[in-house]
Design a binder for this molecule. Sequence first.
Ligand code: ATP
Ligand code: MG
Length: 185
Amino acid sequence: MKSETPSRRGLILINTGPGKGKTTAAMGTALRAVGCGMKVLMLQFIKGSWHYGELDAVEALGGNFAGNFVIKQMGRGFVKVGGAEADPEDLRLVQSAWDEAREAINSGEWDMVVLDEINYAISYKMLDPAVVAETLRSKPEMVHVILTGRNAHPLLVELADTVTEMREVKHAYQRGILAQKGIEY
Ligand code: ATP
Ligand code: MG
């Protein structure tokens, strides 16, 4: 890990709220960091069934960036919502995503770790916010961590340095326009 300037310190960022742009903003920050010579790991909780454009973009970067920007889908893309108990398989996937996340944060191998949709896993009670908070509190000082997803837990919001809430002004989906390639995935 590189720590060139004394003022450099690892931050905790949260992108939350109902509007569009949480994951893609994290992706933009990741790209900026990679451009600064940092190593970034993005772990996508929940996601898995759709093939997102960013997976290919990261691969296409290759060259000098090879291995400096890694995105891993850790879920299967669909989680039952509303009333029903979480499927044990989804719980297992979230747990293993979290195990990998904690290990990556503490490993010293990554300058930035993005936990995409982790807020969603927490708000559906598949992951204990206190456990996540404890890892963030004791993380190596220099590592940046970004958490995305709606309904960020208050415990994590309090702990974070920078929190952005995306507000929905309008969304094409409300007019029946389906998810568009390059915009939504
Ligand atoms: P993006 O990945 O585009 O940055 P996001 O991370 O803010 O979006 P999520 O809550 O993760 O949004 O939702 C995932 C999917 O739902 C994305 O395809 C996204 O474009 C779409 N989406 C986001 N916000 C809305 C909305 N307000 N209404 C309908 N669909 C939305
Ligand atoms: Mg998202």
